[in-house]
Design a protein around this ligand. Structure first.
Ligand code: CA
Length: 118
């Protein structure tokens, strides 16, 4: 009996709440990337495929091939190549904000962002 009583005392003496499982912090919710970040990440991921030689900018040809690739991915193939090229050439002028005939990653991202907002 003494042992049982002693055990009972221990239980009674335990501070209330000690039996609760420790609170595990909620895993932080990982929100979907905001579109801006997703866009930057997508540009960064694909940049090496189109910036031949890792120059850090796109030539008009590289820009056109990237843009036409993106457009073909979303619209499917079958558009008139000459029209696509003319479209891409005019887009290059829009994207090349400082008109140095090169499109930097920042210019490219800004250009795509401006298109996404529409
Ligand atoms: Ca430029």
């Amino acid at each position: 009996m003494r042992i049982v009583t002693f055990a009972g005392l221990l239980v009674l003496a335990a501070p209330s709440g000690a039996q609760e499982a420790p609170k595990t912090p909620q895993a932080p919710q990982v929100p979907d990337q905001p579109p801006e970040k997703a866009l930057e990440a997508a540009v960064a991921a694909d940049w090496p495929r189109f910036d031949h030689g890792g120059k850090g900018h796109l030539t008009p040809d590289e820009f056109s091939s990237w843009l036409i690739t993106l457009r073909t991915q979303s619209n499917g193939a079958g558009e008139d190549p000459a029209k696509l090229r003319a479209w891409a050439d005019s887009a290059f002028v829009q994207a090349d904000g400082d008109a140095d005939k090169r499109v930097s990653p920042e210019e490219f991202t800004a250009f795509l962002r401006s298109k996404l907002k529409k």
